[in-house]
Design a protein around this ligand. Sequence first.
Ligand code: SME
Length: 157
Amino acid sequence: MAEELQISGTSREEKYKTLLPQIDSLLEGETDIVANAANIAAALRQTFGFFWVGFYFVKNNELVLGPFQGDIACTRIQKGRGVCGTSWEKRETILVEDVDAFPGHIACSSLSKSEIVVPVYKNSEVIAVIDVDSDKLNDFSEIDKIYLEQIALRWSR
Ligand code: SME
């Protein structure tokens, strides 16, 4: 495992490209999903300074807060509720440019302005979602979708 993250590049895509192999190293030889989720959340926060980044795990048919970096957050989210529950129900990544314009958005923090939620699959079941929040409007793009989906795949395998 790397001692420290070495992130180069200025664009978000360049940073994701240098981060991905380091996430592979972080996960290598460790099978504990909580430990790995914790390191992924920290690596994303450290690399991009995201306002909030974390995991919600599917447990007994609801989402339950897992490892995260950022301010305290809602602990349970029902299927189909908020951006996280909608991503789980629809089994797709949801990119929200402006959280105030997303019907049913759950505001854990009033400072959160845009958000992306990526489902994580195991044996084609959604087992978790990765949620990233920004305090800037329209902060996420297809680039985040592509790389966060890659990170989700690595975490669940
Ligand atoms: N905004 C999310 C809730 C989780 S927090 O952002 C950490 C949602 O609408 O599902």
